[in-house]
Design a protein around this ligand. Structure first.
Ligand SMILES: [Zn+2]
Length: 102
């Protein structure tokens, strides 16, 4: 299973190098430093809101995970900068990753 297979099933995982333990983002099956394979860490990861903007009735947030990488996620409630959030739902929609946070 790779990152996208897991994401399709609604599971958010984080690729980590099996050798040097670097977090690999954007997700890849190989480490961009030592070229070893990556494995997928799963769990309830917390992210931090870096910034957000409002579009229609939704908030689009830049969320940082593990102090390492950032992704864009939607939120229904009004976010605050620095707020700690979790992924509520995720998947692939029309070929694009989507993440909803709470
Ligand atoms: Zn590595």
């Amino acid at each position: 299973m790779n990152f996208e297979d897991e994401l399709t099933r609604g599971n958010f995982t984080i690729p980590e190098c099996t050798s040097c333990k670097k977090i690999i983002w954007p997700p890849s099956e190989f480490c961009d430093v030592c070229y070893n394979e990556t494995c997928l860490k799963s769990g309830q990861f917390s992210g931090k809101i870096i910034e957000y903007s409002k579009q229609n009735d939704e908030y689009f947030c830049v969320v940082e995970f593990l102090d390492t990488f950032r992704l864009i996620a939607k939120m229904k409630e009004k976010p605050e900068n620095g707020q700690i959030v979790k992924i509520l739902k995720c998947g692939i929609l029309n070929g694009t990753y989507f993440f909803q946070i709470i």
